[in-house]
Write a protein that binds this ligand. Sequence first.
Ligand code: ATP
Length: 639
Amino acid sequence: MLTRYKLLLSTTLARYFPRTAAYLEAEKHAAAERLKAAPKAKGKPAARKKGPTAKRAGKGAGPTKKPVRRASVGIYPAAALKITAAQEQAMRENVARAVTAGMVGAPSDEQWAMILGRQPLTRIFAGAGSGKSTTLVLRVVFMLCHLNIEPERLTVISFTNASCVELRERLLKVLAFWQAPIEERAVRDCVRTFHSAMGVLAREALGSPVWFEQLGDRAASEPDNPLAGGRLAAAQSRLLKEVYQRCYAEDPAFRSQVHALLGSPVPDELKPLPKAPMQPFKVSGELHAVPLHEAFYGQAGFIESIGIRIEQLAVETVPCSEHEREFLGALQIFWTALQQHLDQQGVLTFNGAFQQLTRMLDEGDARLPAAALASLSHLLIDEFQDVSPQIVQWLQAVHRRLAREAGAVSLMAIGDDWQSIYGWRGSSPELFMDFDRHFPSKGKGKSAVLMLQANYRSIEPVIRDAEAILSDVAFKQDKRTAAIHSTPAGGHGVQVVTPFELARHLPDLLREISAQCEYAEAIGSQERTAVLLLGRRNETLKEVQVALDRKLPVKVYTIHRAKGLQAEVAIIVDDCMPVMSHPLRNALYAHSGFFSNSYDQAMGDESLRLGYVAVTRGVSRVLWFVRKPQGATRSLKLR
Ligand SMILES: Nc1ncnc2c1ncn2[C@@H]1O[C@H](COP(=O)(O)OP(=O)(O)OP(=O)(O)O)[C@@H](O)[C@H]1O
């Protein structure tokens, strides 16, 4: 009775006070982890000394003041990197030559601060169009050519295989100008996605697994960041269905959970067992209903991304309703069976591999010697605002192990919390903003914080409107970007065109797209693309695309895919409204101990940030077609 009452109370508290609930949950985990850690420490006396964490813990009454899951022992040296005046001078001279040759633009002071940075742990808040990719290339060149760091000890993490290809080419071009005697192969290996870098370790320690995410994809080679998530290939879907049917046939508890979820009666045990039900199920907060095995897979990916191990999840402690707990219970049975099934076939999910490698690194497993990690010693990570707790745990484990066994490590994290748009996949800008908690320096050191605030892409009115959209985002880094380029005749900020219904107004939209192409030509635009047509959903964009004149210099992308791209004019269709409340993910968010926001709050903020990303693709004009002003476009109407 008392347990039920406590559960009811904690569920209600979690719903109405998500931050408090997250904090309390974090405290509970902290205590549990301390207990877990105590006997383990026996075998490894050096690993867990009393550090700054322990000191702070002693200050408060009882539990620690800070939330859980920080890397308690410092990883990064507090001392600055040794950079001589001669090295700096040589870099400045070479950059000056490259500028004269038209290879790069002259770096600004803030860009120089990033190129020549001395702190082993640096965080760079780089606004949209601030030249972070350009500056990142110069930083790598400085490290390789002037600080003489071997390419085998450095990795640049870019977001997707496609962005890696682009970055590699830029890097090779600049290195060729420097006439650096570095093998092309070594340079190419320096640039990877998180998944590709993890894949290198998996080949070393997990026996070259077949990736579940690449099943049925004959062209797949390097593991890529699985951005789309949820869209399953036939081979994957078949495998999930097989496991689901087996669980249903063999496990009575799973059977009754399935029927409870679907609201159908459990079949008579005395009669022959029917096939597992395939009717669609809608997780509250998701847009579509899908068969249960797909719903389990979709939510499991999210759960693992936010750093929760499904097999260790104490379902009864998750602050959610009975119905959601039923879902989690069934998911747990399904997931355990799926892991066994995959294991037998030598198949592994990306998340599964991240988890296994993190555990092996934490436990000092001999299959992952420091030499195998050497390429990750000096890490430069782009788009850091889109990392997930799971990636943070993996990074911590890699660098903690390297720092302990091989010495110098460094981490440069480059990102823009204003452009964080993958929260629905489990990433969060909170990890970038709360960086020092997750990536602690030794002693009292902290990460150096640099800002890139000049905008080399968009004109002032576009930037001001983009920032107006963010005015309702509560949790963000304060910065104010300024335009470098002046406004051309006819340039303007966001024009909201309303009312817009695709079925009725498609001809108007097509006319506008042509007119904007003419505008780009008339002003002698230097942009490779005249118009970027952007939207939240593929379906809307496809409808426009089939009707579009193919000869026009127009590119069509979802906003998520348009990261890093730009055009003279950005035309946005659809609104960026947050979707409905997601009770299950709210509960999991609170349970994970990583976040101070609720999932719903995070999604509300993210929908505004998505608008920001879309608008900042435009150089001198932005048009936004919406049914009625709401969400991001409402703030623009209120300007
Ligand atoms: N110092 C500079 N001088 C002149 N042009 C610059 C300079 N730095 C960057 N640029 C130009 O600004 C534009 C944006 O640069 P880049 O693509 O590196 O930005 P970004 O910060 O990666 O953008 P986003 O995060 O919005 O994708 C590019 O056209 C680049 O050549």
